[in-house]
Structure formats: C-alpha cells, structure tokens
Ligand binder design. Structure first.
Ligand code: SAM
Length: 216
C-alpha cells in the first residue's frame, strides 16, 4: 500500500507493516483524515496505540507526515478500496466530518465503502462518525435526517449504533481535528456524533430503503 512521508510516496507490504505495528496494543484508523491532525493527536496522547490516517488526497498529508511520530502512519487510499494490508487491524475507526464520496457512500450505503470498513475492522471495533450540517445539506439531507440515514446504513451493515448525539460548538472546539475547529468558528457549527461497535460475523447489506432526503 502507498504511504506518504513528507514529499515521498513509499510502498509498504504486510510484513513491513507488521514490523511497524509490533509492540503496540491497538490500531486506531482515521478514514478521510484530511491534514492528519487527529491522527497525530491520537499518536501523541496514546503512545501504546498505533494511529493510521487514510485519505484519498495526498497534498494535505505532506506536512503532518514529514514529522510524524513513530506510532503514526499516513496511507493514501480511497475509502472504497482500502488496502488489504489494513484488513482486520482496526480496534477503533473514526470518520470525522466526511464529504464527497465518503459522505455519499455512508448515505447511500455504497457496498464498496461498507465492505472496506468491514474488512479493516476487527471484531467489536469501535466506530465513531461525526457529521456536519453543511456537508449533509450539500448532499441533500438535513442534519437530523442525514444522521439517521447514516446510522441506519451502518446498522444494516453490521454495526450496533447508539442514537445520534448533537455536538455543541464548544464540543467541536475541543475536538483535535482541523475541520472541527473550522466548523466551530464558522457560520454553520451544527454537527452530530454517531458511536457504535462492529458486530461479530456480520454481513454487508448496503442501503436500507431510502427515506428522509430533502427534496430540493
Ligand atoms: C471535510 S474533510 C475532513 C478532514 C478531517 N477528518 C478533519 O476532521 O479535519 C473530508 C476529507 O475526506 C476525504 N475523503 C472524501 N472522500 C474520500 C474517499 N472516498 N476516500 C478517502 N478520503 C476521502 C477528503 O479528501 C477530505 O480530506
């Protein structure tokens, strides 16, 4: 799989990744990591955890990956086709403020995305998804209906998800992601938090019946 370290793109295989992971208690994967700030925070605050940031866009990851801690790795990949080297590794997965095909895939129950998420998850993997009102509105959903829809899709695809929780601006401000801070100080700070775990031996069902989209 392709990883990035500053200006350099490198390829590492499963044995090389195993070596990097040796001695760590758990792997935390952040999908759609953007500039990787959240991954750096996880790596710095949880030294026994190995943090992996994944994003389709390499430009934003150059800076953070240049001085990345030992226990952090930045992978260039599309969430719909996560590299097989990552399969079965994640004890925790975060998706913070997705947009584009990542958000669309969560709303439509894109089979490739859900199969990819299922593939990287170990049994009982914890999943946290944070969605923001502006991105959902652009995708044609209200915050509440969009959150319910993503939750339904995840439930239909093997995750036991709790009820959505609205995030206040002060909660966004304290989240160590660049997008959270932008939202917190921006015009539309509405966001919602979904939290759950992967059920063991679950199957990917893709999209449940479509309900709740805003008819623009
Ligand atoms: C709004 S940014 C959020 C970045 C970061 N999570 C944060 O909170 O600051 C959304 C990110 O999702 C990434 N993204 C969108 N679709 C993706 C896909 N299919 N696969 C991987 N990354 C994707 C974008 O490149 C972008 O970096």
């Amino acid at each position: 799989m392709e990883i990035i370290q500053g200006k350099q793109a490198l390829y590492i295989d499963a044995p090389a990744l195993d070596e990097r992971l040796a001695g760590y208690d758990a792997v935390h994967m952040d999908i759609g990591t953007g500039d990787g700030r959240y991954v750096r925070h996880v790596a710095q605050t949880r030294p026994h955890c190995f943090a992996v940031g994944v994003d389709a866009c390499r430009e934003n990851l150059r800076e953070v990956s240049r001085g990345a801690p030992e226990n952090a790795l930045f992978v260039i990949a599309n969430a719909q086709r996560l590299p097989s080297e990552l399969y079965g590794l994640a004890a925790q997965v975060t998706i913070n403020f997705p947009w584009g095909s990542l958000l669309e895939g969560l709303l439509t129950g894109d089979t490739s995305l859900l199969a990819s998420l299922a593939a990287v998850a170990a049994p009982h993997t914890e999943l946290e998804v944070r969605l923001n009102g502006g991105a959902l509105a652009e995708a044609g959903w209200s915050l509440e209906a969009g959150a319910d829809r993503v939750r339904d899709v995840l439930i239909a695809n093997g995750f036991a998800m709790r009820a959505p929780v609205m995030l206040a601006a002060h909660e966004l401000r304290s989240l160590p992601t660049t997008w959270a801070r932008r939202l917190a100080f921006g015009r539309d700070p509405r966001a919602v938090y979904l939290h759950g775990t992967r059920k063991v031996n679950s199957i990917v069902h893709a999209a449940p019946a479509l309900e709740g989209a805003i008819l623009a």
